[in-house]
Design a binder for this molecule. Sequence first.
Ligand code: 6R9
Length: 650
Amino acid sequence: MSETLANLLQENRRFEPPTALAEAANVKADAYDEAADDRLAFWAKQAGRLDWAKQWDQVLDWSNPPFAKWFVGGELNVAYNCLDRHVEAGKGDKVAIHWEGEPGDTRTLTYSDLHKLTCQAANALTDLGVVAGDRVAIYLPMIPEAAVAMLACARIGATHSVVFGGFSVDALSGRIQDASAKVVITADGGYRRGKPSALKPTVDEAVAKSPTIEHVLVVRRTGEEVAWGEKDHWWHETVETASTEHEAQPFDAEHPLFILYTSGTTAKPKGILHTTGGYLTQTSYTHHAVFDLKPETDVYWCTADIGWVTGHSYIVYGPLSNGATQVMYEGTPDTPHKGRFWDIVDKYGVTLLYTAPTLIRTMMKWGDEFPAAADLSSLRVLGSVGEPINPEAWMWYRKNIGHDGSPIVDTWWQTETGAIMISPLPGVTGTKPGSAMRPLPGISADVVDDQGQSVPNGGGGYLVLREPWPSMLRTIWGDDQRFIDTYWSRFPGMYFAGDGAKKDDDGDLWLLGRVDDVMLVSGHNISTTEVESALVSHPSVAEAAVVGATDPTTGQAIVAFTIPRGSVDSEGEAGEVLIKELRDHVAKTLGPIAKPRQIMLVAELPKTRSGKIMRRLLRDVAEHRSLGDVTTLQDSTVMDLISDGMQSGK
Ligand code: 6R9
């Protein structure tokens, strides 16, 4: 960025926490002061929420930056903290997971059930020769065995590497080989969009290319026919026949817990490494603080896939370490109908919901009648993660899902940060639609300019983290130099997140998207997020993606891909009228500099499996180039539709 981001969007709406929620909140305003007084003492106190087999000697060793060690000398077992200690405390009969399969089949697993299954899986993996420090790849649909497989690895000190069920042969085998995994845990398939979707054939091909794999453990989910080889073992014949007794050994606080590859919107995927003590401390604390979880009464539901970091931290480790009761859903939000999510909230009485802007905007597109048909009155805190949430999508979420009263926590974090870093606290923070507000207690985020100087309130620039935090990535697997170059070299002594951000006049933070996506129009840096939010603030628009395309006069020009709301007529002449109206609307909302050169009305946008818009591909379309790598796309046919529309000038 040659100059800091132009601050275009104004937002004056404010929402204070409901009084009753504020009074009973797990975390109150004094947490900020406590952490500011002594950050390390604050984190040591949060680590004390867990059970340690051996107390640490030092909270943080930062003598060799950027390589951090947290809770040095401490020992604990992650699975013990997520399961055994709840069972030992007499909560074995409490429901851990209400699982809902896409076809409508259900399973209820108590903490005791989950504990037994995890012990069995730990014994089975040990029998297959897996020992502490080995890597295990997990390629499963959203079934309870996914959580069990992760916890079983954690229990025996094996490092798991979860790969999205749905990634290609090359993506899977690349990840297996990068980590030299010894075992893959998979299933015959899962259900998606009303049909069985096979996984085993992809694993067979990937394993054929991956000599380090010795065994493949296969869960039977769909019952479809699968090819069978020498390395294959059925889960029900191996795990479910193993002993339910297993004693968890403690591991060093810095023992590797998992590797997770970043979504790969850019170059070669990076294997982000997380370790044991600090990671569990921060996922557990943030889940308790940001969702205000009351384990005895709340029903929590995070709609993410377990193959995304959100699934790791806020389906498995955070909630289970806190003894939560949660919902886990296998399938897609529109199977068998567009109200499926809201039926699930209604059925289980979900109180805390954590989802992504992409889903909220999709629900906006489908229409208000779907949430209106269900009883959502149980919901008391709503979360958002994955992308900036446009103010109008935030308002829609609050009104249609949160019955105009439930606080929204917009949580900014990354695979690399391991846990939530910037977010409102639901009982403390007065929120603004579209702002992630403040760093959590114990976290020091800032926005800096090109020179690494902190920008004043009202300024924009790069988001950085100034101090190490417990759940930070420890390195990129096998590539310390790339870890240093990617995150710690742009601004010496600071972690560079790769996101643009601004501070408003109150010092609250607004995330503006990846800096790679920022547009330079006639010498002004303009964020894609702000233009997209301006488009979404028009009543006819559900979703928008904006890119900068090379332009002979302005350097870059703004090209917008826009999805109209379900009820809007956008065919033929009506479409032309709408496009003109939208261009004028953006100019009026943000100023003439932000007026898009071109707006295309489209039915879908290209997204990663975790729902992030892939602007890189839209830039290829806008600049009439052939498409780059599309392997991480959720639905690869979307790009054909968009390119066809572009050529016909629609
Ligand atoms: C958890 C997760 C990280 C990137 C991050 C940023 C974007 C995530 C956001 C957000 C604005 C939020 N992002 N949460 N942007 N507001 N609340 O998404 O991890 O898949 O590694 O992506 O997602 O751009 O840098 P990951």
